[in-house]
Structure formats: structure tokens, C-alpha cells
Design a protein around this ligand. Sequence first.
Ligand SMILES: C[S@@+](CC[C@H](N)C(=O)[O-])C[C@H]1O[C@@H](n2cnc3c(N)ncnc32)[C@H](O)[C@@H]1O
Length: 329
Amino acid sequence: MLEPRVAASTITDKSIERQLGGLTNVSLRSCCRKARARTSMWWDKRMSSSARTGTDLWGEDDNAVRYGEFARRYPGYSETSRDLVALASPARDATVLDLACGTGATTVEILSVLGPDGKVVAVDKSPAMLRVAAGSVRDRRVQWVQAAAEDVGGLLSAPVDAAVCNSAIWQTDLAATAVAVRSVLATGGRFVFNVGLGFLEQLDDPNQLGDLPGVMRAIAARDYGWTPPTARTAPAARPRTRLSREAITRWLGEAGFEIETVEELSYEESLEAQQAWLAVPIFTTMYLPGLPYRERMRVLEEAYAQVGGDKTQTGRWVAFAATAGPDRL
Ligand SMILES: C[S@@+](CC[C@H](N)C(=O)[O-])C[C@H]1O[C@@H](n2cnc3c(N)ncnc32)[C@H](O)[C@@H]1O
């Protein structure tokens, strides 16, 4: 195994700024419709390609701190992680790869099922996310490694017994990630990950926020002259096959995995949690690229006031568990 590449460091946590609305309500419907088509195309590219284009939305310290705070305060990322860990069912002395570990919500769930001799190799491409993780999850069984999921193949000198990737796999090049994971996973070990149902169904808004994104964009256009990026101004994206169950099955098969389980899972999320999630900078950047954070939060506040909404919404996910077949070499 490698030496840890990221040392634990102290992070000064900031409280999330509450932006006040105070803007007048107007009819937003036609404006929403115009903005929707162009922005959804851009969204799709941005979500799948930021790792490859140099626009690393996960790389900023402020984003990492706010994400870490959100993940600690609200149960969403812990709950989805817990279900993946249950599907991976590692032995207590197993070594588990936590792929795209973020600020450590998944790492904590893996640690909770391991004994004193178990280990977690927690990998993320973002040093900012790893700094927050290493500062808050202080456990000698974890090794923090900065690397892209697609490159994990060359990193480890001993195989791992299981690999878990919560809420991130669609941000990687899954075909390449599956090959890399297979090369570090012991035969018979499980590779478990989840995909939001909205991505598999290729919805314009995979987060299924209903009218909210359109209303936000309309307010931003009205108050700040915001316009969605055009083909010329959006960052270049590498063309990639869209995620589908068929594509995932094919990529896993080509990498030497056999799919064991494909399970739909639902999670209740409060309106407050949803709004707090959108206050993590990266998530509103997806909807309002180019608009500064303070303005995005102001827009968000007003959009919620207009849209209202149910007390809870249901997050729908599909979990995949695949077993590493015999080595082919
Ligand atoms: C939504 S967070 C999930 C983090 C963690 N698994 C959790 O449940 O809280 C997505 C993470 O994926 C990481 N990520 C995105 N693309 C990646 C890639 N190609 N390789 C490694 N990490 C990646 C980001 O840096 C970010 O930390």
C-alpha cells in the first residue's frame, strides 16, 4: 500500500451564509421555458466531464467545507453510503477502496463495519475534499489518496477486498473506472456503486427538482441579466456514452465483472435538506453557471419562496453490485 498522500489538516469551518430575498414576484413561466433547453444540454456535459476538462468544480476549498458541513448535518450521503456498504458486505478485516470518497461520509460508514484490522483506502481527485475528510475523519485505519478513479489501477501494491463508490460514479469515465477497479480488486471481491435514477432515465434535470431550476434561471435572468452558456462559452466536453443500465452492464462485463444485484432504493429528503444541498456551491453552479455565489443564494431563496413544495421529496437511486471474475492474465 502507498503512504498517505494527504495529511490531516485543520479546517476552519464557516457557517453557510443565509441570503435574504426581498425581490418582487413576477410571472416567470415564459422565461423559464426559453432558458430550459439550452441549459439542460450544458448541464449534462458539465456533470459528466468536469473531471476531464480542467474545470474542477470540486477543487475549491469553500465548496469542500460547505459540502462536508452538509454531509455531516443531513443524513442523505450517509444513508446511501450505508446501503452500498451493506451490499459490499466486507469482512471485518477487509481492505475496502472508497472511490471518490469526498469529505468522508462513505468512509465513516465503511469504518463502522470494519474491525480493528480492517482498512480503507479512500481515493478522491480533489485535494480540497480530501483535506476536509482527513481533518474530520481521524482514524488510523484510513489511508487518504489523491487520484482520479480512472487511474486507481496503478496505485496499490496489494489487492483490495471490496470497492464502494457513493454518489459519484457518473462523474467518472465508468468504462475506464471499471477496468481500473478490476485491476486492484481481488477475485470474488465486490464493486458497488449507485446512480441517481434521473441519470439513468436521462432526464433534463437528473436531480428532479421540478420547477425550481427553471424558476431560479428566470429570476437570475430578470435580476442579473444572467444567460445560459452557449456552445461557444460552455467548457468543451469529451463526448461520452450516456449512462444507461445497458451501458453499465456492458462496461462492467468488459472489465471482468459479473453483475450480482441491481436494486432500486428510495430516500426521503426534507425540503430543508434539499435547500441546504443547493447551498453547496457546486450544485447551484450546475444550474446557474457564471453567477456569483451570493447572487445564486439570493435567487435560490426567492425561487423556494415562489415554488413552495412538499415537505419531503423522494430521492431515487439504483445500486449496482458486481463481482470481480477470475483474472484474465
Ligand atoms: C457527491 S461527492 C461524493 C463523495 C462521497 N462519496 C460522499 O458520499 O459524500 C463526489 C466526489 O467525487 C469526486 N470525483 C468526481 N470525479 C472523480 C474522479 N474522476 N475520480 C475521483 N474522484 C472524483 C469529487 O471530487 C467529489 O469529492
